[in-house]
Structures are given as C-alpha cells and as structure tokens.
Ligand binder design. Structure first.
Ligand code: PLP
Length: 322
C-alpha cells in the first residue's frame, strides 16, 4: 500500500472542488475564555453527511475505473464512514453495501439507507462486521473499502488540512480526534509540507485506546473498544495511518468519555454548534489538558455532528423518546 503524498492531497482537492465547498473555521471568544487558548473550530460538522469523511469517500470513488464502479463497493462502519461511501457511491452511480455491527445508531443507519445504500446489520463489533463485509465483497466481486488503510481516503481527508493551514497559517497546534487515524494521518501529511512548526496532536477516548497505544508502542496493537463516541470506536491500529502518524504527531492524548460529553456541551454553549461525541473530542483534549494549550493558537477539528437522538435529548435535558 503506497503512502499518500502532498501531491495526492492537492490532486484530491481538484477532485473535490465543485462538489464540496471549503468548510468554515471560526474563533469564538466565549470558547477562548473557557479554554484559556485561542481556539479555531474547523467545522467539518457542517458537511452534507455531517462529518469530514465525505472528503475521503468522494476521492476514493473518483479514483475507481469504470469496471470497479460497475462492481460496486462494500464498507463496514459504525456510521460516518458508511455515510461517506454511500454519499459518494450515489454521486457516482455505484452500488454500495454497508455492514454495521447490530444495533447501530438509528440516525446513522437511516441516513445510509436514505442515501440508497444497502445496509446489512451483522456482528457484535466492528471486527465481526469487517469479516462479514469481506465475505460479501468476495461473493459479489465488489471492492472492499477499509476503514483506514486506504491511501485515497487519507488523501481526500487531507483536503480539510489544506484548508486549515490556508485559513490559519500561524497555528501552534491542530488537535485531531482519532479512530482509525485517517484524519490524524492526513493532518501529519499536510502539516509536514505546509506548516512544519505546527504541532499535530491526536486525541482518542481512553475507553478505546488502540491507535494511541499503537502509536506509543510503535507497533499495531489490539485494545478494548468501549467508548460511547462511535467515530472513535476502533479496536486496533491500522498500518497506513500509523505509518504516517509515526514521526508526524507531536503528541497523542487520551480523554475519558465524560470529558467528551462535557466538550459537546461547551461547543453548544460557547460556539452554538452541534458535535457528536467524536466531533467534540478535540475540544475535550483542551479541557482535560489546559496547561498544554494555554495561550496558544490552536485549531480544533470538529469532525462530525451525527449525534444520536438519545444523546441529543440527554444534552437538552429532555426525556428519552418513547
Ligand atoms: C471517523 C471519525 C473520527 C475519527 O477519524 P479517523 O480518521 O477514523 O481517525 C472522528 N470523528 C468523527 C465524527 C468521525 O466520524
């Protein structure tokens, strides 16, 4: 598997131009007061699918030849990767099948179906869903799309970081929530080329620390996977993204799930923006480690907005739906 380069990121930008406008990045004085840092929120939560991953899906589909497009794609995902592939497949007129572990977030499952993809609920966790996806792809001669080991996904996601360093060339740090690591790997790739003095800091939930532990150990590890934040829920490290994060990340922080919920609330209160748990993890790192960011100019990537109805009702103090 070849590593994507900055040229691949620039090529992806040409592919995405006209399909996705750049997302805004705003500073909120109230959020600065809460964190003690100058915070720039990169709003990937306003993407049409509600998460940054759509950049990767569109770039991957654009790179398939006619035969591969006819054969279709198969993905496995807790949600946002699935929506990205379904959205991109619809744009390109390609058949898309998604395998989700049983009992998925209903809003994400409904969104995937609404985008015209076939949804198969199978497996107790992502590992089992991935195995089923592999079998389905084999049966149908379709292209199996990995959750992270895909150069075209990383190159597509890298377009968010091209935007960030253009929107704010003078950042001290960019904080990136991590699951499989495509976002953080893309951040490393672009920062090395465009903003070598900017620290790329990854953050994961302490309840699902596989990427963190793999990065610290310098080898791919499997770990318990119990976070509530679906976008961060992965049980193993991935070779491609870990390779890019090695030497690229300045640090990798862990936050607990309650801190992530608090950060979701702070984003609502101070920035009037909706984040799902994973989307708030970057801010959670600033809340958990204020000394590390105090007085610095920090971009926080708000990676996604797709909170479940249960999460939203809890945040608003409403009773659960019947
Ligand atoms: C997938 C996802 C992440 C983690 O991204 P990776 O590229 O898998 O590390 C973070 N936030 C949200 C909202 C996501 O959907």
């Amino acid at each position: 598997m070849s590593r994507p380069t900055i040229s691949d990121a620039l090529a992806a930008r040409r592919v995405l131009a006209g399909q996705l406008p750049p997302t805004p990045m705003w500073n909120y004085p109230a959020l600065d007061a809460t964190t003690g840092a100058t915070v720039l929120v990169k709003h990937e939560n306003v993407q049409p699918t509600g998460a940054f991953k759509v950049r990767g899906g569109l770039n991957l589909l654009a790179g398939l030849d006619a035969e591969a497009r006819r054969a279709g794609i198969v993905g496995y995902s807790t949600g946002n990767h699935a929506q990205s592939l379904a959205f991109a497949a619809r744009q390109h007129g390609t058949r898309c099948t998604i395998v989700m572990p049983v009992n998925p977030n209903p809003c994400k499952a409904a969104a995937v179906r609404a985008l015209g993809a076939e949804l198969i609920e199978a497996g107790a966790d992502m590992g089992e869903a991935a195995e089923r996806a592999r079998l389905v792809a084999e049966e149908r001669g379709a292209r199996l799309v990995s959750a992270a080991d895909e150069p075209a996904l990383v190159a597509g996601v890298a377009t968010a970081y091209l935007e960030i360093f253009e929107q704010a060339p003078d950042l001290d740090a960019v904080v990136v929530p991590v699951g499989g690591g495509s976002g953080a790997a893309a951040a490393c790739l672009v920062a090395q080329a465009l903003a070598p003095r900017c620290e790329v800091i990854a953050v994961q939930s302490a309840a699902s620390p596989a990427a963190h532990d793999s990065w610290r150990a310098g080898r791919l590890l499997t770990r318990p996977n119990a976070t509530r934040a679906e976008g961060l829920a992965t049980g193993c490290g991935f070779a491609l993204t870990q390779g890019l994060m090695t030497g690229g990340l300045a640090d990798f922080l862990l936050v607990d799930d309650d801190r992530i919920s608090e950060a979701q609330w702070v984003l609502m209160r101070d920035a009037h923006t909706l984040a799902e748990g994973a989307g708030a993890a970057g801010l959670a790192a600033l809340l958990a480690h204020p000394e590390r960011f105090s007085g610095r100019r920090v971009a926080v990537v708000c990676t996604g907005a797709n909170a479940s109805e249960r999460e939203l009702r809890a945040q608003l103090g409403l009773a659960a739906a019947a």
